[in-house]
Design a protein around this ligand. Sequence first.
Ligand SMILES: [Zn+2]
Length: 583
Amino acid sequence: MENTEIARVLADVSTLLEIQGANPFRVRAYENAARTIEEHPTPLRDLVAAGADLTELPSIGKDMASHIRELVDTGRLTVLEELQRAIPYSLIDLVRLPGVGPKRARKLWEQLGIETLDQLETAAQEARIETLEGFGKKTQARILGGIATVRQRGSRFRLADADQLVEPLLAHLRATADVQQVAVAGSYRRRLETVGDIDILAIAAQPGPVMAHFTSYPRVRKVEMSGDTRGTVILESGLQVDLRVLPAASYGAALQYFTGSKAHNVKLRKRAVARGLSISEYGVFEVAEGDEGAATGGRRVSGATEEDVYAAVNLPWIPPELREDRGEIEAAERGTLPALLTLDDMRGDLQMHSTWSDGKQSIAEMLQGCVARGYEYFALTDHSKNLAMTGGLDAAGVRRQWAEIAEVTAGRDDITLLRSLEIDILRDGSLDLEDEVIAELDVVVVSVHTLLDLPAAQQTKRILTALEHPAVHVLAHPTGRLINRREPYAFDLDAVLHCAREHHVAVELNAHPHRLDLRDIHLLAARELGVPVVISTDAHQVPDLAFMRYGVEQARRAWLEPAHVLNTRPLSELRRWLAAKGI
Ligand SMILES: [Zn+2]
């Protein structure tokens, strides 16, 4: 079992316990363990196999350690099975809806016998929910809206979760001697924020043994199809994986074809037709007179590498992240493709938390983590007091933290710690910290964490007011969405971007794989307007600093170059930008 799967089981136990009305400490214990595991940088099954002491991990006690071992060894969890005998498992789907939650899910089940989304939808349509005590017409409408959103979203996997499932499978495939090359195509290769299924391509002279090796992967739940050169399996996580085995001569054409997107490929094929060529997953071919449209009609022109495929239609190779038909083919033709940002360009990280609020590691440990990544600087952005549950800081707390910062950084010239705070934007748009303390921060980061369901006009006004504060540098996770879990709050992003430009404020691309906020199209808009972007991990422990990769990938999808991203700048230049606030 991968970490993401173990975490999901424990999170489910937590939710079921909550529905049951169990002791809140027990509920929290499972929830915290799930988070620890989800965020753990190496597979727990390796630790289990090595006989490691799991209780050394944060939030993992003796019971939880034995649960993890049971899951890794058997794929099952007795606690969960017992709970499922008392409570329908499908209630979990209800809990995730806006306006429901554990207590209401229990009420719906006990009083109306509702166990599934379908039953809830029917009951809401028949106006049976609004009559239930504590629900009402408004909640009923919200529930219907929530169900529609869930249906639309389908069962897509967050990219980082897909990574956890795909990487061991690739290692398994590469371990067979018959395979010469393995690559993943599709939206996974384009680094879309979520993926529906996985398309793997493999080069092998003999497809048979590769296909057999693929379908015998231990984590396969079901073999849907196993042909000569094509197979489909469903992994235990529910992720569908297709494998195609190809000869080396077709590899580039197939990689291009299956990477997509559809819109990009349609345009590319039109371009080929105009040149008397046809592009298919098998290669690029000359089209014989009167034979237009045939996939393999004429002489093969190319197909072994992607570069060859693009060269056949007089284009340079186009990075997969750009292949969305957002002008990349035209830019390639003009020779103006962007020189996309890379991970190596990042010189610092401007959002992370320590044990001073809800982070798991000390300032000294976070500093070491940033040094290990080769950063020139980083900003420590613990929460402000409005987020009481995170232990957010008030003015006195901030000053105490500065004392520790001074101690930790004394005599160090290898990295610069920028004084910062992730300051809550309050209901009226004012900031959750006194101006005289804000004035002493190096980087002022603000964000919305509460009152997410204000009317759009009010939410917009609230954010604009905050951005107009003369000290603010960065608006963090601007839309508040959580991928597959929470929609963005209602507000006018365009107005916010314009205000940011006017007031010398940067917008964050929060690289946490659950957030990736702003998303690609929003970042394109920021780029268009000339609003600088900051890519930060929102790390709560050292391993999270590696999330930077997801931020960079998302930034590439938005055509961002190093010049668009503030934390690619050397410290002196960054400081100049920060200081320009007062002008
Ligand atoms: Zn935040």
